[in-house]
Write a protein that binds this ligand. Structure first.
Ligand code: KPL
Length: 315
């Protein structure tokens, strides 16, 4: 089918077995992951809140990177009665992870892996406390996604995805990265996921507040206008990382930031999209987390502090 055309034949394959993946949080990125997993033949169910039971659910309207639109049949379940869960993929906004998971305390069988894929840090530790008998896996991803309506998603950028263990029990679940790779084209397992989380935090501290405040696409951060501020953000993040036992050069962080800016040049950051839609942003889990760790070590981070305040005032 030529790119840009709609394939209106709903893929009617019903899931013959219990879903491989249960997805909590079907926003832009969650919707894209659910679509890619479904297309790769890994039955995926989205878990919704009870109040969505009456909502029409024709399936997911998914536009892939090449512009091909398809209507995908996808099973839905409800949090109050989640049924059997084999593995749980949590893709809510960072600030909603704990409240979205709380109804599943006592419902999720021990040993079921919980994979967390959100921006920001400081959440996984809370999930380990909530679910002490489950493997908890943290992930970082740089895929781009947009949502333009109810269950209407577009994959806007092919990125990298990395998973790694948060607790001891999670170390036996590296195979999950291979299964995600089947759907995403690439996904890796890294025992040092904390380092990747910090590197992603630096990228988000740099790109997200600036694009949201100045209403820019990611690519518009290139050039002299933002060169100094991007460098200062990276210097501050590197100082905090050093104190956290994650030594890195600020130039290396800046190089990563500029690489993501180039790779996602046409995209609007998630914080830009959240602000435009009047949704709560992830500033607390991103820059807020950095400020918390900086304060704990007595490190001044004035540039990040200023961006944090500016977003808080605007959102
Ligand atoms: O993670 C992102 C986001 O928008 O939240 C980046 C990597 C900045 C891509 O837009």
């Amino acid at each position: 089918m030529p790119s840009g055309l709609r394939d209106n034949n709903l893929k009617t394959r019903r899931h013959p077995v219990s879903p491989e993946w249960t997805l909590l949080g079907c926003g832009a990125l969650g919707g894209v992951f659910a679509s890619l997993l479904t297309q790769s033949g890994q039955p995926t169910r989205v878990l919704l809140r009870e109040r969505h039971r009456a909502t029409l659910h024709p399936g997911i309207d998914f536009t892939s990177l090449d512009g091909h639109t398809q209507l995908l049949a996808i099973e839905r379940g409800f949090i109050d009665n989640p049924g059997s869960i084999k593995r749980l993929l949590v893709m809510t906004k960072a600030g909603q992870v704990v409240s979205a998971l709380t109804p599943l305390v006592g419902q999720l069988a021990a040993g079921v892996p919980i994979v967390l894929l959100h921006n920001g840090m400081g959440i996984a530790e809370q999930v380990v406390t909530l679910f002490p008998h489950n493997p908890v896996i943290a992930g970082v991803t740089s895929h781009g996604a947009m949502q333009s309506g109810h269950f209407v998603f577009r994959h806007t950028g092919k990125g990298e995805t990395w998973l790694g263990p948060v607790n001891e029990a999670a170390k036996a679940h590296a195979y999950l990265a291979d299964e995600l790779a089947t759907a995403l084209g690439q996904a890796g397992w890294d025992e040092q996921i904390l380092t990747r989380q910090w590197q992603k935090l630096a990228v988000n501290c740099a790109i997200n507040p600036l694009t949201a405040l100045y209403k820019l696409r990611n690519g518009e951060l290139t050039g002299p206008r933002f060169a100094d501020v991007l460098q200062q953000i990276c210097v501050e993040v590197a100082d905090v990382m050093q104190a956290e036992g994650q030594p890195t050069a600020s130039d290396e962080l800046l190089r990563r930031v500029m690489m993501v800016v180039e790779l996602t040049a046409d995209n609007y950051s998630s914080m830009y999209q959240d602000m435009e839609q009047g949704r709560e942003t992830e500033i607390e889990a991103i820059t807020g987390f950095l400020l918390g760790r900086a304060a704990a070590h007595g490190i001044a981070v004035p540039v990040n502090q200023g961006l944090y305040q500016a977003i808080k005032e605007k959102q």
